[in-house]
Design a protein around this ligand. Structure first.
Ligand SMILES: [Zn+2]
Length: 433
């Protein structure tokens, strides 16, 4: 089932002509209304009339997080504040928060976008949707909330916290859909087992999880512990909030981008060149339909890949691979860009290997040396040396194949690599010392 089938199944040419018209209107509007962006265009020597095809997008200047900070709080808004009916903000770990604004049309657009996404997950009017995303300045809670209402399903605006009570509500109200971050879904699973409630006592069928990167292994854990189908949703407040892209029930390895609204590109974060479909790099978005806070070529710092292979659901929208890393984590080893997430991808595909690893980079003379510590399962570690040697060689070969970098792999016993509550420390770069 689709929310707007005529858009979601458009042939490329039809979709691209909509994108181009919207892009041209956007560039004119940004040039007229958003003075900091006009200054960038002037500096780059490009005029709104120069955008004649979608290829010309690459001639436009990027927008980066610092532009938002420099124009804090409302300096990049394209409409008068009288037309802005809501703001959201994300708390930056460094410095000022990022503030975004919405007109009534933006809020309506966002609701319909979220309704489209939830429809991809098979959610209908008959569903009872447990919305455990945080309500407040964070876009997750309210963004999802209005989408659920637009769809006509019943929303339970439970927000985060008090897991025990959430379990009671899920059981008593008969929640069928769970919206939460993946880590909170696992929290709820633990709270369920603590409370002696089994998944069979709940009516939960599907989970829509986003707002943080999560691995395939974590997906399997959520699915197993809650007895649901767990799907990935992607978004960021700068672009609109949740709903930029979403996995459908047929797509295990990619999220459909709602590209009639959000025009994606993948760039090389070093050279800033646009990369062809299929290649991994930094995701960049241009918002085609937003009024209050439109952005052109916003660098997300998220690492992904775009692909056009047809999907079993019939949607023609381009898909993006699950985001597993950030350019902030990028390493340059002997001139090659290496993302820890690529190492993780290799490891997830090899039997007997745990997705716990650590990359150590050092310098031997003038040469970078990369070592990867990998945890292996108990039974493999107790195996004979030859088995371990073969596994080591296999991992080295696959990493070389995937990343184009030679590394030294060291297998270690389960639970020897330090875990932290928050972000696991995947990289130790001794070159900086
Ligand atoms: Zn699909």
């Amino acid at each position: 089932m689709m929310w707007v089938e005529e858009i979601e199944t458009l042939p490329r040419s039809g979709l691209e002509s909509i994108q181009l018209k919207r892009l041209q209107a956007l560039v004119h509007r940004m040039y007229d209304k958003v003075l900091p962006y006009r200054a960038k265009m002037d500096a780059a020597g490009i005029r709104p009339g120069d955008i004649q095809s979608l290829k010309d997008l690459s001639r436009l200047p990027f927008t980066v997080k610092d532009d938002l900070r420099d124009n804090y709080p409302f300096g990049l808004f394209a409409t008068p504040m009288d037309d802005v009916i809501r703001v959201h903000a994300s708390s930056g770990t460094t410095g000022k928060s990022t503030v975004v604004g919405y007109t009534q049309a933006d809020i309506d657009l966002w609701a319909s976008i979220m309704a489209r996404c939830l429809t991809m997950a098979g959610v209908t009017r008959g569903d009872m949707v447990h919305n455990a995303y945080g309500y407040g300045l964070f876009t997750g809670g309210l963004g999802a909330h209005y989408g659920i209402e637009a769809l006509g399903a019943t929303v339970i605006p439970v927000s985060g916290g008090n897991s025990r009570r959430q379990i009671t509500i899920m059981r008593d109200f008969g929640s069928t859909v769970l919206l939460s971050t993946p880590s909170y879904a696992l929290n709820l699973a633990d709270a369920m087992s603590d409370a002696g409630v089994s998944p069979e006592e709940l009516k939960l069928r599907v989970g829509v999880h986003g707002a943080e990167p999560w691995s395939q292994n974590m997906r399997e854990e959520v699915e197993r512990k809650l007895g649901i189908k767990a799907l990935d949703i992607y978004g960021l407040s700068e672009i609109i909030g949740p709903g930029v892209s979403m996995e459908c029930l047929h797509s295990e390895h990619g999220m459909h981008i709602l590209e009639d609204n959000f025009l994606p590109e993948i760039i090389d974060p070093d050279t800033l060149e646009v990369l062809p479909y299929g290649e991994t790099g930094e995701l960049v978005f241009t918002t085609l339909t937003k009024e209050a806070f439109p952005l052109i070529r916003y660098r997300t710092k998220d690492i992904s890949r775009l692909f056009l292979e047809p999907c079993g659901c019939g949607r023609t929208l381009i898909r993006m691979e699950k985001v597993t890393g950030r350019t902030d984590d990028m390493l340059i080893i002997r001139g090659v860009n290496v993302f820890p997430s690529q190492v993780e991808h290799v490891l997830v595909g090899i039997e007997g290997v745990e997705p716990h690893y650590q990359i150590e980079v050092s310098r031997d003379g003038n040469l970078d040396v990369m070592a990867v510590l990998v945890e292996v399962s108990e039974h493999i570690f107790s195996d004979e040396i030859r088995v371990l040697e073969n596994l080591t060689k296999k991992i080295q070969a696959e990493i070389k194949d995937m990343l184009g970098v030679t590394c030294r792999v060291k297998l270690v016993e389960p639970r020897t690599i330090q875990r932290s509550e928050g972000k696991a420390q995947r990289v130790i770069d001794r070159r900086k010392l």
